[in-house]
Design a protein around this ligand. Structure first.
Ligand code: SF4
Ligand code: SF4
Length: 136
């Protein structure tokens, strides 16, 4: 639809999928662009200690996708949400529950530990405990 209007548009490569495609870099486990960071800049939420976007209505229980385009878009004022969710400092439940020890209280996450746990221990299934335990 966007292209029919004369603008460019493409899907943003994000992450692996259950269907065998892997859009992120397998070495760094990073995608070409952080949709979570873009969503934060757009005022949709703050980051949690679990490195997920914590949204107002659904906490970290969201799936995001994005389209890059040069089409002119209407925007709203940025709500200037804090980068780190305020509840995290008195919670830390995701750090305690992570079976791979991938989440640290200093704000870092070890992507490799998380990926290895899901590939090697869960046989490629998702873990998601850091989503499930989040009170937001
Ligand atoms: S579980 Fe607690 S510490 Fe972890 S992201 Fe959610 S609110 Fe923050
Ligand atoms: S998905 Fe599981 S292993 Fe990965 S960071 Fe969350 S709790 Fe840890």
């Amino acid at each position: 639809m966007i292209e029919k209007e004369g603008y460019r548009a493409t899907i943003v490569p994000t992450e692996g999928s259950e269907f065998g495609y892997w859009y992120a870099d397998r070495e760094t486990l990073k995608a070409n662009m952080s949709i979570k960071y873009a969503a934060h800049c757009a005022g949709l939420g703050s980051f949690g200690m679990n490195h997920l976007l914590i949204t107002k209505d659904f906490g970290p229980r969201v799936r995001m996708t994005a389209i890059l385009t040069d089409a002119p878009l209407e925007t709203e004022e940025n709500t200037q949400l804090p980068f780190i969710n305020k509840t995290c400092s008195s919670c830390m439940k995701c750090i305690e529950v992570c079976p791979a020890g991938a989440i640290s209280s200093d704000g870092k996450i070890d992507r490799e530990k998380c990926a290895q746990y899901m590939f090697n221990v869960l046989g490629g299934l998702r873990c998601g405990l850091c989503v499930k335990v989040c009170p937001m």
